[in-house]
Design a protein around this ligand. Sequence first.
Ligand code: HEC
Length: 161
Amino acid sequence: MTRIVPFLALAFLGCAGQQAFAQTAPADIVKARQDAMESLWRDSYKAVAATVRTDKPDLTLVATNSAKATATLQKLATLFPPGTGRDVVPGTRAKPEIWSDRKEFEGNLATLINASKALTDDATAGSVEKVKADWTNLAKACGGCHGGPVKSGGKFRFEKE
Ligand code: HEC
């Protein structure tokens, strides 16, 4: 027993980070992250893109939608646990580099989250000029992992077949 207890403790510590997914099947995690990625554009940034293009962007809309997107992005950060690649879930477009180059992947996500927060802050402060610059940065940040178009691939996403 004295031998087994420390071993169990280690095993438990090792699992703590993945605990939230203990009951969740890999296919469900993939679906959750694909839905979240799609909702970014559909529910938040599409309307932002349209208004930012105009001479008088609706800054209240920009602030509200970018804050909603930031919350989605923070959730997305938890939806790429190991064991959810193509070897386990064939329908995913997540590349193995997500796990082998984790620092870069997380860095790209952090860059995007920062761009989204800057958009909220500058829209709240009422600066149209800054909001336009933030929007350009944000669009670039998506490309860090994959190109803009839905079908495109990139460093961290397989091209759509
Ligand atoms: C940190 C890397 C990363 C960033 C940054 C990123 N994505 Fe993604 N995105 C992915 C990965 C990986 C997938 C594939 C997920 C899967 O199939 O499991 C994906 C998938 C998608 C999809 C398609 C969903 C599907 O079924 O494949 C859309 C649409 C999308 N992203 C939009 C965006 C938009 C818009 C942005 C910027 C606001 C963005 N993404 C930024 C990594 C990223």
